[in-house]
Design a protein around this ligand. Structure first.
Ligand code: ZN
Ligand code: ZN
Length: 95
């Protein structure tokens, strides 16, 4: 696995959605995107990072995830898993 970027498996596994008028209740969104600093607008594609539930524009977060593997807001590792649902150590790193 390549360090320093989110692999395409994770990218493909994340579902983005069209912003209607409110962000999902289980996400940690403030109503705007921490990357471009613009508010989410109706009809835009948004993406929730599963591992920390921060919300970004899909178009903003995707290029970021190709360069780094951590959330720009909280710097947690981006993964498809919700860390709240597991407390084991990271055993999925391939040697
Ligand atoms: Zn944005
Ligand atoms: Zn985050």
């Amino acid at each position: 696995m390549v360090q320093g970027q989110v692999n395409s498996e994770i990218l493909d596994g994340m579902e983005d959605f069209t912003f209607e008028s409110r962000i999902p209740e289980d996400s940690f969104g403030t109503g705007d995107c921490a990357i471009c600093l613009n508010a989410f607008e109706h009809g835009q594609r948004l993406l929730v990072i599963p591992s920390c539930r921060h919300v970004y524009h899909t178009d903003c977060i995707r290029p970021v995830m190709l360069r780094r593997s951590t959330c720009p807001m909280c710097r947690r590792q981006i993964s498809l898993e919700d860390p709240a649902g597991r407390n084991e150590n990271e055993s999925d790193s391939v040697v």
